[in-house]
Ligand binder design. Structure first.
Ligand code: NAP
Length: 296
């Protein structure tokens, strides 16, 4: 069997198109332009690349992009003041504080100071609670992207066995909540899970979010299963840098029914979902109907 490739790059382009269409309607019919503010503290090179890319895509979809670059030694009080200013700014519908923050800043404190209605990363404790209790929330972008691709490929996920490998607050736990919300039977595996290969073999859907290059080989995958590879790992191969996932694509794609590649799978969906969340937040803030197919 050769797996169908779930093309995240192409799917993300369709999400961005939907976002742009909705933004155009908001401008024309309501005179509102959604705005996303991104706060970057320090000079982490990877974070700088992400922030640049987020700003560019925000503008390309017709939204306003606001960037706040702060020094690495910014005090907690100064950062909290910027968040407070953005919370109170009616032109700003989404706020994202780029993680990781420098070590002297308390990430939980900062994230929980964002107005939950503008928390487009979905990391605020209120949004985590709302998602966990099946209520309307802002949903973390990476798992939202995975869910969109799974729904698009399968239609209904009801009754499927899903195994999520990884229990981080950013990916694993919200992913499991979303799959549960779509009536999957969900197992969350982690570094202490006993007999992980056997657990994974029981899955109709495998979501790997571990951060270990090519850890999941094809012989862990049930024939015909759908594999979503969240991992982004940089390895050296043939003297060059190469990006690989948490799944061994070569062997897994011979048994899986469908699989996301790395790169070009989950990665492009994350920013697309950030834009989607910003439009959703803008509609909610203005009491307008939410765009269909852009939320969980
Ligand atoms: P994380 O916070 O480091 O969590 C990793 C999880 O994997 C932990 O729950 C850990 O278990 C589990 N784990 C580690 N070794 C394991 C093993 N041998 N067997 C089973 N489970 C194991 O990572 P994360 O932030 O969730 O990110 C995971 C991966 O996704 C990374 O490669 C990251 O770069 C990528 N990522 C991609 C995107 C995207 O846009 N595509 C977004 C976010 C993250 P314990 O809890 O027991 O330690």
């Amino acid at each position: 069997m050769t797996a169908n490739i779930i093309d995240g790059k192409a799917f993300a382009a369709t999400v961005r198109e939907k976002v742009a269409g909705h933004v155009a309607r908001l401008k024309e019919e309501n005179g509102i332009t959604p705005g996303l503010a991104v706060v970057l503290v320090g000079e982490d090179p990877a974070s700088q690349v992400y922030v640049r890319s987020k700003g560019k895509q925000t503008v390309e979809t017709g939204m306003n992009s606001y960037e706040y670059k702060m020094d690495a030694d910014t005090s907690e009080a100064d950062l909290l003041a910027v968040v407070e200013k953005l919370n109170n700014d009616p032109e700003v519908h989404g706020i994202l504080v780029q993680l990781p923050l420098p070590g002297h800043l308390n990430e939980d404190l900062i994230i929980n100071s964002i107005d939950p209605a503008k928390d487009v990363d979905g990391f605020h404790i209120s949004n985590v609670g709302l998602l966990g209790t099946g209520q309307k929330s802002m949903v973390p972008c990476t798992p939202l992207g995975c869910l969109m691709m799974l729904r698009d490929y399968h239609g209904s996920l009801s009754g499927m066995n899903a195994v999520v490998i990884g229990r981080s607050n950013i990916v694993g736990k919200p992913m499991a909540q979303l799959l549960l919300g779509d009536s999957c039977t969900v197992t969350i595996a982690h570094s202490r899970t006993k007999d992980l290969p056997e657990v994974v073999r029981g899955a109709d859907i495998v979501v790997a979010a571990v951060g270990r290059p090519e850890m999941v080989p094809g012989d862990w995958i049930r024939e015909g299963a759908t594999v979503i590879d969240v991992g982004i790992n940089r390895i050296e191969w043939d003297g060059k840098n190469k990006l690989v996932g948490d799944v061994d694509f070569e062997s897994a794609s011979k048994v899986a029914g469908a699989i996301t590649p790395v790169p070009g799978g989950v990665g492009p969906m994350t920013i697309a979902c950030l834009l989607a969340n910003t439009v959703t937040a803008c509609c909610r803030a203005n009491g307008l109907a939410e765009p269909e197919g852009l939320t969980a």
